[in-house]
Design a protein around this ligand. Structure first.
Ligand SMILES: N[C@@H](CCC(=O)N[C@@H](CS)C(=O)NCC(=O)O)C(=O)O
Length: 207
């Protein structure tokens, strides 16, 4: 049974979506970020950078217990372990999944988080930062829209690369920017949103 330490944030939903899609048994452990539970010394042992998500798999490679933070690495690990094509076995297909998985983790979410900070959550009004990160998010949505005009999912077939970008698009693309100018992203978003595994992953935490 994999343990998932997570919260109701973009990266947190990536871990939940991957595990729901994997079909692997897992247990959810909420880490309440507003209460700063990510700084608990026990949690820091598995997440040195005080960030969710984290997984602990007592049955990792060779039967060894592994702990893993960084959502991109988690998506790859879970997808590979699931063996259901989320992270494809074919080396050529993997290259494309890696490209978009790294884009999603390193570029898309990192910049979308700054949008979330300055445009959605910050109590301080910083117009230059708001404009900067709004322009960047719109540019990235344009990049994806052009790519998705010729591709059903970002790396061809549905994969962890899609999961790496879905939560930020679900949160910010839908709510703050709107997807009217990005019909291919809208088509992609709605197809993913309709998946039962995704609906389950976005259910509120059981208390
Ligand atoms: N690069 C990391 C970023 C993870 C991240 O930003 N996590 C945020 C929530 S979305 C967090 O745990 N923040 C708490 C903190 O920094 O103290 C990943 O992809 O997992």
């Amino acid at each position: 049974m994999i343990d998932l330490y997570t919260w109701i944030t973009d990266n947190g939903y990536k871990g939940r979506q991957a595990l729901e899609e994997s079909g692997l048994p897992y247990k959810l452990h909420p880490v309440n970020l507003p209460k700063r539970e990510q700084f608990d010394p026990e949690f820091l042992k598995i997440s040195p950078g005080h960030k969710i998500p984290v997984i602990v798999d007592p049955e990792g490679p060779g039967g060894q217990r592994i702990t893993l933070c960084e959502s991109g690495a988690i998506l790859k690990y879970v997808g590979e372990k699931a063996g259901n094509g989320l992270y494809p076995a074919d080396p050529v297909a993997r290259i494309k999944v890696d490209q978009w998985l790294f884009y999603g983790s390193a570029t898309f979410t990192t910049l979308a988080q700054q949008f979330g900070h300055f445009v959605v959550r910050s109590k301080e009004d910083v117009p230059a930062a708001k404009k900067h990160f709004t322009d960047l998010l719109k540019d990235m949505l344009g990049v994806l829209d052009r790519h998705l005009a010729d591709n059903e999912y970002v790396a061809g077939a549905y994969s962890v690369a899609d999961i790496s970008m879905y939560p930020d698009i679900h949160l910010h693309g839908i709510n703050q920017i709107g997807l009217d100018a990005h019909p291919n992203v809208k088509r992609w978003h709605d197809a993913i949103a309709a998946r039962p595994q995704v609906k389950k992953a976005w259910e509120p935490f059981a208390t």
